[in-house]
Unconditional design. Structure first.
Length: 430
């Protein structure tokens, strides 16, 4: 191609100076996209979070919940019967049930939060100080002996004036106790509840930054979740959405947004009978959350249902829970809360069915995309990323095996990860 003395290809109207001016004009945009919209980091996201009052945690807690979950399923016809109850055909139920059994035996809880907030209450400073110190020691011991879930941490009291000092002290004692015990757990998670303003999140950013400095931790090591439980975070007093400002007020610090079903619904005067993860006010809040964090790398979690599979209503509660889990997954919420051991069978049964039902079509489309084979769907690169991410999530949670996926797609885990997170793969290859 012929090039003019100015460096512009012959026939092109825009000069190198023009292009330079455009680059300068968009420098701030380039920085914003790089800093504030890094995309997902490619690490595993748990499918659920379990909350337990902090003083009830012991190293055998997860195994105990797994045993209780299996016993609940066995008492009502077994896991395959539960899968059928959730609408799975015999072939699907036959594939899902043994995987759920294996999961409940090996990793029944993926993410555990020792609760010092609603599930703990106000027990006085001396008791909470002692429990915060004991929680740190128990978590450190569970991580050391391999009994801890892969993700574990605490939820402390919120930063509203009446509970702020108490919440900060519990956070401090817990993190300081873990730091004194050795290296922090890789899957450490901290949860800030009942957030109403951006300023509260900025205060949390300052608090964890100071803890990092005091304990000689790398900057950014202490990330945290924000619970979206108040309407003020969805729509602020000035008519803007504070939740949309959070990723940019503290870039890289927030790991996830968790929807709080009952606090949020109650704040909008929804009567108790109709408070639900699928109420229109819940859907609106979650759609705003989804838009707010798109591309930022911040993950999302749906809330919980307080209809528990116990007593006479076990089957109805399982049907409800399974349907709500599936509904969340279909809407791009890959995580939720579980409140009772008997919810674990329906959580994993519904989750595994979601991935296994979608696997054949996703695998075929991925193979066609990679091999550039004509198929019934012409997928764009963005869709290929979504397909690869879907398959990866299925492997990570135990719904499918890596070898099974390799047979279906021709892709190993590194190739899937590169397809799902090309920006990450590009940065690590440099």
């Amino acid at each position: 191609m012929a090039v003019s003395p100015s460096g512009t290809p012959s026939g092109a109207a825009l000069s190198a100076a023009d292009l330079g001016r455009i680059d300068a004009q968009l420098a701030a945009t380039d920085l914003l996209l790089e800093r504030n919209y890094p995309g997902d980091d490619g690490t595993r996201q748990p499918v659920h979070t379990v909350y337990v009052p902090a003083d009830r945690f012991t190293p055998d807690f997860a195994a105990s919940w797994g045993a209780q979950a299996l016993a609940a399923a066995d008492a009502h016809g077994g896991l395959e019967q539960l899968c059928t109850l959730l609408g799975q055909d015999p072939a699907l139920a036959g594939a899902v049930a043994p995987r759920v059994a294996a999961k409940l035996g090996s990793e029944p809880i993926e993410d555990l939060r020792l609760d010092f907030e609603d599930g703990y209450g106000d027990r006085g400073d001396d008791a909470e100080d002692a429990d915060a110190v004991a929680a740190a020691a128990a978590v450190a011991a569970a991580v050391a002996d391999g009994s801890a879930p892969p993700f574990i941490g605490i939820r402390f009291k919120c930063f509203e004036a009446p509970t702020r000092a108490r919440g900060l002290r519990t956070l401090d004692l817990f993190v300081s106790g873990l730091a004194a015990a050795g290296e922090l757990p890789e899957g450490l998670v901290l949860t800030l509840p009942k957030v109403t303003t951006v300023a509260q999140v900025q205060a949390m950013d300052y608090a964890v930054s100071r803890l990092e400095e005091v304990h000689s931790l790398p900057a950014g090591r202490l990330r945290f979740e924000v619970q979206v439980e108040t309407p003020q975070l969805i729509l602020g007093p000035d008519g803007t959405s504070p939740v949309a400002q959070l990723p940019h007020a503290v870039p890289g610090r927030i790991s996830a947004l968790h929807y709080g079903t009952y606090d949020y619904s109650a704040s909008l005067q929804i009567s108790a009978e109709y408070q639900s993860m699928e109420h229109p006010v819940a859907d609106y809040a979650k759609e705003v959350m989804q838009l707010a964090v798109a591309g930022t790398g911040i993950r999302l979690s749906d809330g919980s249902t307080n209809v528990i599979p116990v007593g006479d209503g076990v089957q109805d509660a399982w049907r409800l829970h399974g349907r709500l889990v599936r509904r969340s997954l279909e809407r791009g919420y890959y995580q939720g809360w579980d409140l009772h051991p008997a919810q674990l069978p329906s959580r994993f049964a519904a989750t595994y069915a979601f991935y296994r039902q979608g696997l054949p079509a996703a695998a075929a489309r991925l193979r066609n995309y990679v091999e550039r084979t004509d198929g019934g769907v012409m997928d764009e690169p963005a869709t290929a990323r979504a397909l690869a991410a879907f398959v990866l999530r299925g492997i990570q949670c135990g719904a499918a095996g890596a070898e099974e996926v390799l047979d279906l797609t021709g892709l190993g885990l590194p190739q899937l990860a590169a397809l799902a997170h090309p920006r990450l793969a590009h940065s690590t290859s440099k």
